[in-house]
Design a protein around this ligand. Structure first.
Ligand SMILES: [Ca+2]
Length: 194
């Protein structure tokens, strides 16, 4: 499912608004804390606004991101995200803005509990990436991406989103969460290669 691409393609995200980017201009590694209880429910693919849900539903949704980390080393980009509850059918998308670009041009999304794929904005696959997933309370997902997959960027910024069908058999309704808000995405500071 690449539904998140729809969300990532919205104007709000494309403008690349950065929250909390003052202070140290560059780093190799950073962890961004994310608000809890801010999950949005979308009726279908056309629904870009969504509806906020109550805290208990937010937790149970399986998409409520608590924090995420990115570490740009000499050879890899390591990313991880922590959830209040992570479910085995949650799709997690990391978005990458490379070399100071204002829009993300590479994305990582999990395919199953062991594998993810890096793809371009046009949907074309770039490479497969192993992932480590721990579902349940305080669940996490992590991946280590070869820099080659990203075109050896000198610097990059990372954001993350999660989606999950409310009841896939019955409707196209999804739960979604994103770093920051859908109106104002939080990107990491610019991460230079360690
Ligand atoms: Ca959240």
């Amino acid at each position: 499912m690449r539904r998140t691409l729809r969300l990532l393609a919205t104007t709000a995200l494309a403008t690349g608004l950065v929250v909390g980017a003052s202070g140290t201009a560059f780093a190799q590694k950073t962890t961004v804390k994310e608000a809890s209880g801010d999950v949005v429910r979308f009726a279908d693919e056309e629904d870009l606004e969504g509806t906020s849900v109550e805290d208990a539903e937010s937790r149970a949704s399986g998409v409520d991101i608590k924090s995420f980390t990115a570490d740009h080393t000499k050879t890899r980009l390591k990313v991880s995200a922590k959830f209040r509850v992570l479910k085995d059918d949650t799709f997690v998308t990391f978005a990458f803005r490379l070399n100071g670009q204002s829009e993300p041009t590479r994305f990582l999304v999990n395919v199953d509990e062991e594998e993810a794929v890096v793809y371009r904005s046009n949907g074309q696959d770039v490479c497969d990436v192993p992932v480590t997933v721990t579902t349940g309370a305080n669940g996490t997902i992590s991946a280590s991406i070869n820099r080659k997959c990203l075109g050896y960027p000198s610097k990059l910024r990372v954001a993350v989103a999660a989606d999950r069908y409310v009841n896939e058999a019955e409707s196209d309704e999804t739960y979604g969460d994103i770093s920051g808000t859908y109106d104002k995405i939080t990107w990491t500071k610019s991460l230079t290669r360690g």
